[in-house]
Design a protein around this ligand. Structure first.
Ligand SMILES: Nc1ncnc2c1ncn2[C@@H]1O[C@H](COP(=O)(O)OP(=O)(O)O)[C@@H](O)[C@H]1O
Ligand SMILES: O=C(CO)[C@@H](O)[C@H](O)COP(=O)(O)O
Length: 480
């Protein structure tokens, strides 16, 4: 197909640390051009920052693009007043100030199982509903001004549509609010109102997976958009047995399912995906930044951290890092700090510390993988994505820590590509010959990482055991 007949679509990943834009061929998924812009390192942010980053990342890229989709960091609370002005900076998924609000809400409405049954997940500080409770308690004057609540991707989609547009969302991102039941495809405004002190802000209409949100003033179709993990799932065209481990700011482990789990322990959140199915997911608050923080402490960079970690033996000489550097979400310890356990004169080396950082980050996700399996998810292989999947030390340690084959898809911005694939799907669905399914894009082969030796597998198993033991000893968390 010649370039002038090529149909172009764009996908946006507005995640915690940056905005990425990928322009793709709508038929094949080939990436034609891309851009990115950084976000500030903070847990509350004026949404205008995302809009400016989107402008910077997409500058000059969107010429000829027929459709665009926005994927965003999940859960962030964007509050708007009667005039659609932002009431306060958005509280992000990694802002832990609403930890007590989460515990209170869980108790007030009958305990964890009631929540898991109602909305597929037990509230934690990340969820939008707990942030609204925090706002109602700590900023009641501002809460009184809130006329509408959106998620980050909803707000960006709405801005793209221009003045007078109706705010919309999708079931994937809505399922992370704590006031949407994906199983019954309905908002739980009773829960929202209870959490928000009797206030009942307007909520965006929930679109279907291939439904269009509308068009930009320039006539570009805008798809429903979704949460970043849902978009990554869409890019990877997940089948049964595929489990994604994403190592960005957050660590997430998830797969697709026809049914919604209801985990009263709160480890597995029964989110919805971007295709009409469910996306059982466990999320840690500390992933790639554990590596940057450890590298910085050791006076090196990420390449240097890799070199150190690869020099150490698997198991880090018995060192265990519980990397709860920014508090933690899974396990639910919003006020926790990190712990380094097992230090001896013989193992107290930079190499072991680097390895312990890598293994500690992965062990938290391996525990999430165990919980997903306990709730019925089949794990035949792990697909490793996100910024820290580029780390050689992570790739070396992952197969032994997860205990299942690990594959790395070709490096790419999977969230933005998933958003672009959704845009291509919505564009196709808008025509008379529209497709019922998203276009098949996945072509390039994944790289399968080496199976661990029996010694490496044993060291991985021991690292997980020590991690669970440390969680129990330091934080009283029961072993699963
Ligand atoms: N080679 C690498 N080794 C370890 N971490 C890396 C590497 N390359 C990028 N990262 C980390 O990945 C993170 C960004 O990943 P990304 O998935 O884009 O995050 P997010 O979606 O949360 O914004 C940064 O913290 C960055 O330091
Ligand atoms: O809260 C979750 C998942 O429930 C996070 O995964 C956020 O969606 C942020 O993602 P990244 O910016 O780390 O990719």
């Amino acid at each position: 197909m010649t370039a002038d007949r090529q149909t172009l679509v764009a996908g946006v990943d507005s995640s915690t640390q940056s905005t990425k834009v990928m322009v793709c061929d709508a038929d094949t998924g080939e990436v034609i051009r891309s851009g990115r812009a950084e976000h500030p390192d903070t847990t509350e942010v004026d949404p205008q920052v995302w809009w400016d980053a989107l402008g910077a990342a997409s500058g000059g890229l969107l010429s000829g693009v027929r459709a665009v989709g926005i994927a965003g960091q999940q859960h962030g609370m964007v509050t708007l007043d009667e005039k659609n002005s932002v009431v306060r900076p958005a509280l992000l998924w990694n802002d832990t100030r609403s930890g007590q609000a989460a515990a209170d809400l869980t108790d007030e409405l009958g305990g964890p199982q009631v929540w898991a049954d109602a909305v597929g997940a037990v509230p934690v500080a990340s969820f939008t509903i707990t942030k609204l409770r925090w706002m109602a308690e700590h900023e009641p004057g501002l809460a009184d001004r809130v006329a509408r609540v959106l998620l980050p991707h909803d707000w960006l989609t709405w801005r793209l549509l221009g003045d007078g547009a109706e705010p919309v969302t999708d079931r994937g991102d809505a399922s992370g609010t704590g006031y949407y039941s994906a199983a019954s495809a309905a908002y739980r405004t009773d829960l929202l109102s209870h959490a928000f002190g009797g206030r009942t802000p307007e909520l965006p209409r929930v679109l279907g997976p291939a439904e269009a949100a509308g068009h930009t003033p320039d006539g570009v179709l805008v798809s429903a958009g979704t949460g970043d993990n849902m978009a990554a799932g869409l890019a990877l065209e997940l089948d049964e047995g595929d489990v994604v481990v994403s190592l960005g700011t957050s660590g997430t482990v998830f797969g697709v399912s026809e049914t919604q789990p209801a985990d009263p322990s709160g480890t597995v959140a029964g989110f919805a995906d971007a295709t009409g199915r469910f996306l059982p997911l466990a999320c840690t608050l500390n992933a790639a930044r554990v590596l940057t923080a450890t590298a910085s402490m050791l006076g090196t960079d990420l390449a240097g951290l890799d070199r150190l970690a690869l020099t150490a033996e698997p198991g880090a000489g018995g060192l265990t890092l519980l990397p709860y550097l920014d508090g933690e979400r899974t396990p639910n310890l919003p006020d926790a700090s990190g712990s380094l356990i097992g230090l001896r004169r013989a193992n107290m080396t930079q190499e072991n510390l680097a390895r312990a950082a890598v293994e500690g980050m992965l062990c938290g996700l391996a525990a999430g993988l165990d919980a997903l399996r306990a709730h019925g998810l089949v794990a035949r292989r792990v697909l490793l994505i996100g910024g820290a999947a580029q780390s050689a030390a992570v790739r070396a340690a992952a197969p032994a820590v997860f205990g299942v084959p690990v594959a790395v898809p070709p490096p790419g911005e999977h969230v933005a590509i998933g958003a672009a694939r959704q845009a291509a799907w919505a564009l196709s669905a808008s025509t008379s010959s529209g497709q019922a399914d998203p276009p098949r894009w996945q072509g390039s082969a994944t790289v399968h990482l080496d199976e661990p030796t029996s010694a490496e597998a044993a060291a991985g198993e021991q690292a997980r055991h020590r991690h669970a033991e440390a969680r129990e000893q330091v934080h009283g968390m029961p072993r699963s």
